[in-house]
Design a protein around this ligand. Structure first.
Ligand code: FES
Length: 129
């Protein structure tokens, strides 16, 4: 884990290709360690807890593969729930009206950083190990 002031670096900007593979990381949130991921969509970075709103399972069908074949939605590998990449809102499937838990990330000077808040802190990132 690399800290930049109050932010923590998850990965380098170049690690996230538009609608490509995401970077998996783990956060401590409200006293619990949870899996999370960050992807790039329409030029911006978006991060979520890696927990489907349907049954709380991790979404990726291979580690880091979150997008559907068209790069339009984040897809849960287990039962096919689809989420809007920029908001985490469920758009189809058994996630009903629920959505992903969004994390606050920023991009600055070539780094993608987790902004601490709501008792969220970076534990580790696959991109930094
Ligand atoms: S666990 Fe994701 S759709 Fe069921």
């Amino acid at each position: 884990m690399a800290a930049t002031g109050r932010r923590s670096v998850i990965c380098r900007s170049r690690d996230l290709v538009e609608r490509g593979r995401g970077v998996r990381f783990r956060v401590s949130r409200r006293g619990e360690v949870a899996p999370a991921f960050v992807v790039r969509f329409n030029g911006a970075v978006h991060a979520y807890l890696n927990r489907c709103a349907h049954r709380m399972l991790e979404l990726d069908w291979n580690a880091g593969d979150f997008f559907d074949a068209f790069g339009e939605h984040l897809l849960c590998a287990t039962h096919g729930a689809r989420y809007a990449p920029a908001s985490g809102t469920c758009v189809a499937g058994p996630c009903a009206r629920a959505g992903l838990v969004k994390l606050d990330v920023t991009e600055e000077n070539g780094d993608v950083c987790l902004e601490p808040g709501d008792e969220v802190h970076l534990v580790t990132s696959d991109a930094l190990t």
